[in-house]
Ligand binder design. Structure first.
Ligand code: AMP
Ligand code: MG
Length: 367
């Protein structure tokens, strides 16, 4: 790969690469994206090839302002307008009916298009300078945790793309919320930092949740609307399991004081038991806990303990998750045990990614 450029000075060069039909990884507030000209089928094909991504898993088209959307859609639902006015630039992708000019290569063969305006100064300037919408899925190898630093992009895509525009570590750390406004009822296709509650409030109506989010992917009788959901995602090399208690789940994690401490202790001792068993078999083990519980993980084991953030502030945890999973990969950790947290608010996005990373495996400490 030719260049990693930090800061504004890379913007013109990055725009030129796009105009020539090349690929540029770019920073956003969610994760790094892998950009190409969204209106050029050849550029989209290159994106799929670089990521090793199945070509029926559509790309998100990035614009620098709301006015650029008109040319990309065949209809502009009122709900979409409200959401854009409220949340853009920001971590919200909106599915709309596509215009002719958006090639099927970019939309994975669908007649809808996913559009987002990211909140990052460099990238907004880059899109404007390119004078084209930018197709950009996450800039990782398909199936791996999404990249939250330029180094992660380099690790996965060195030699496969033309340039990385580096703006340091991202803020949010998990991919954008996706909402589909093409049907009768607006539907959440992927949870992110813009929460279900915020979407409903803005639209003044119920937003449905695609059943595939809750099921964690394709199950018998469940067909996800976001084609990406059927693929294994965010997965570390290690075998990962979440650990919780039936009591916490029953109470939707709304448990505090001594009761919560008791449950936390049960989870920590179940994890200790699992870790010791794996270590006796010679395995390298990792643990993910939070600030509030870290002192419970002081047992006699070797496992690499990573504190993901404060569970009282799920954004502090989304910020760290993918970096931690990549660090475990680098250290050749073989099994990972992680605490489960509440699905409330941004917690829904965090737990969605953690469940996928764990292949939906969740163990109960108290049964
Ligand atoms: P990524 O940015 O790598 O997370 O990938 C983009 C995600 O957006 C994928 O999971 C896609 O399934 C989803 N997506 C993109 N376009 C559409 C669309 N037209 N309809 C539904 N989902 C979409
Ligand atoms: Mg992705």
């Amino acid at each position: 790969m030719k260049t990693i450029v930090k800061g504004m000075e890379g913007v013109e060069e990055a725009a030129e690469v796009i105009r020539r039909g090349g690929l540029v990884a770019f920073p956003t507030e969610t994760v790094y994206g892998l950009g190409g000209n969204a209106l050029d089928p050849e550029a989209s094909r290159k994106i799929y090839a670089a990521k090793g991504r199945p070509s029926d898993n559509p790309l998100i088209v990035h614009v620098s302002c709301m006015e650029e959307v008109d040319a990309l859609v065949s209809a502009f639902p009122e709900d979409a307008r409200k959401l854009m006015e409220t949340f853009w630039p920001g971590p919200l992708t909106i599915i709309m009916p596509k215009a002719e000019c958006v090639p099927l290569e970019t939309t994975g063969g669908l007649n809808t298009v996913a559009i987002r305006c990211p909140e990052n100064k460099l990238t907004l300037a880059f899109i404007k300078a390119a004078e084209r919408p930018i197709a950009g899925p996450s800039a990782n190898t398909s199936g791996k945790p999404s990249p939250t630093e330029a180094e992660h992009v380099l690790h996965d895509l060195d030699g496969k793309i033309d340039m990385i525009l580096d703006d340091g570590p991202v803020g949010i750390g998990v991919e954008s919320t996706i909402i589909d406004v093409t049907g009768e009822v607006p539907t959440l296709l992927r949870p992110g930092a813009i929460t279900l509650e915020e979407l409903s409030q803005t639209l003044g109506k119920t937003v449905e949740v695609d059943p595939a989010i809750v099921a964690g992917g394709v199950k018998e009788g469940i067909h996800p609307k976001a084609p990406g959901m059927k693929y294994r995602h965010y997965a570390p090399n290690a075998c990962m399991a979440l650990v919780t208690t039936a009591f916490l789940k029953e109470h939707d994690y709304g448990v505090s004081g001594e009761d919560r401490k008791n449950e936390d202790r049960k989870v920590a001792s179940a994890i200790e038991h699992l870790v010791k068993k794996d270590e006796a078999e010679g395995k390298k083990v990792g643990i993910i806990c939070c600030e509030e519980t870290r002192e419970l993980y002081a047992g006699e084991y070797e496992a690499d303990l990573k504190v993901i953030g404060r569970r009282s502030d799920p954004l502090s945890m989304t910020h760290e998750l993918f970096r931690i999973l990549r660090e475990f990969d680098d250290d050749q950790v073989e099994t990972i045990y992680a605490e489960s947290y509440s699905d409330h608010g941004v917690g829904f996005a965090l737990m969605n990614r953690m469940r996928k990373a764990a292949g939906m495996t969740e163990l109960l400490a108290d049964v």
